[in-house]
Write a protein that binds this ligand. Structure first.
Ligand code: TXA
Ligand code: MG
Length: 323
């Protein structure tokens, strides 16, 4: 039974809601990537999430809610936060806010910080699960810590399958990139993680430029933003214009296919939305080719390209061989 993939229909979602209330972990689809959910008010269940992913406990989790009403019990909303939720919720935007005094969320979710990350997902199965569970859900991406995020139920099963009581399957996720994480804890808004909502779209709503992580002081950065993350097994080489026949290739745009161990074009037409949706599955497939190196061709940095390049840079970062 453990790790069983089942369709995300009403019956299984009702079952999953009960499991969540009983303290179990359930993997579920969102519009960005699959999440591994636990009752955010149950410290033991939250602890099992960290254990299941092999996630360092200093890396806090996102709390998923149905909407503003539930969110306001958990976090302290400013005017800017309200403008952003009006514009982007439900959807792929996560806001980091001071924890509210009324919050019943486990401290472990926040990794001991006085802040909390909140997001209202748009995916109907995620919303139905939140409604059935009657609880806010602490849910990281449903992959092994440091590995490529899961955009299909099968990815969840192969990464952490045995740790979830159930995996709700609704096919490949639509966006393929995680939510954008913005901190509104300090005076100035900080882009902690570029993601499925572009920085430009957020800046248009708040009428202010988002500070990039690189330009923010240490106290503003996200604790979990380790240099190496989203990593395939193979070594990843960025901004490649040519490659060896025994390398796998992650291409973008009008790149003529040349001999390679494996070749995937994220979007032949150069569409960043299509590329984002394909990114993580492509990395997994290229990795499975057995190539020891993946060469990635350049991807523009504008719009969603900022988030795609962020993931690729971290997938390419030097990592601890022991992991
Ligand atoms: O699209 C998504 O956001 C997916 C789906 C499942 O919702 N979730 C996801 O969760 O990507 P995870 O745990 O893989 O990434 C959460 C990010 C991490 O970078 C973490 O450090 C940051 O959010 N975060 C969470 N709570 C925070 C806090 N209180 N302060 C700063 N950063 C926080
Ligand atoms: Mg993740």
């Amino acid at each position: 039974m453990q790790g069983r993939i089942v369709p995300a229909n009403a019956d299984w979602i009702a079952e999953a809601g009960q499991m969540i209330r009983a303290g179990a972990l359930v993997a579920f689809p969102t519009e960005t990537v699959y999440g591994l959910g636990a009752d955010a008010t149950n410290g033991e269940a939250v602890a099992r999430v960290f254990e299941a992913k092999g996630r360092p406990v200093f890396n806090p989790l996102i709390v998923h809610v149905l909407g503003l009403e539930q969110a306001m019990i958990v976090g302290t909303f400013t005017a800017a936060a309200r403008r952003l939720t009006d514009a982007f919720w439900p959807g792929p935007l996560t806001l980091v806010l001071p924890r509210a005094e009324t919050s019943e969320i486990s401290q472990l979710v926040s990794a001991g910080l006085p802040t909390v990350a909140l997001r209202a997902p748009a995916h109907p199965a995620a919303r139905a699960l939140l409604a059935e569970a009657h609880r806010p859900l602490a849910a990281p991406s449903a992959n092994r810590s440091g590995h490529v995020s899961a955009t299909q139920a099968e990815h969840v099963a192969s990464d952490i399958g045995g740790k979830a009581a159930l995996i709700l399957d609704s096919g490949p996720t639509a966006l393929g990139l995680e939510s954008t994480v913005v901190s509104l804890v300090q005076n100035e808004p900080v882009l902690l993680r570029p993601g499925a909502v572009t920085a430009e779209a957020i800046e248009n709503i708040i009428g202010e430029r988002l500070i990039r992580r690189e330009d923010a002081g240490d106290h503003l950065t996200s604790p979990g933003q380790l240099a190496s993350h989203y990593a395939p097994r193979a070594r990843l080489r960025l901004n490649a214009y040519e490659w060896q026949p025994d390398e796998a290739v992650l291409a973008f745009g009008a790149i003529p296919a040349q001999p390679a161990k494996a070749f995937i074009n994220l979007s032949e037409g150069g569409d960043l939305i299509e590329a984002a949706a394909n990114l993580f599955a492509a990395l997994r497939t290229l990795d499975a080719s057995g190539a020891s190196s993946i060469a990635a061709t350049p991807i523009p940095a504008n719009g969603l390209g900022e988030a795609i390049n962020d993931r690729l840079r971290r997938a390419a970062a030097p990592r601890d061989e022991a992991r």
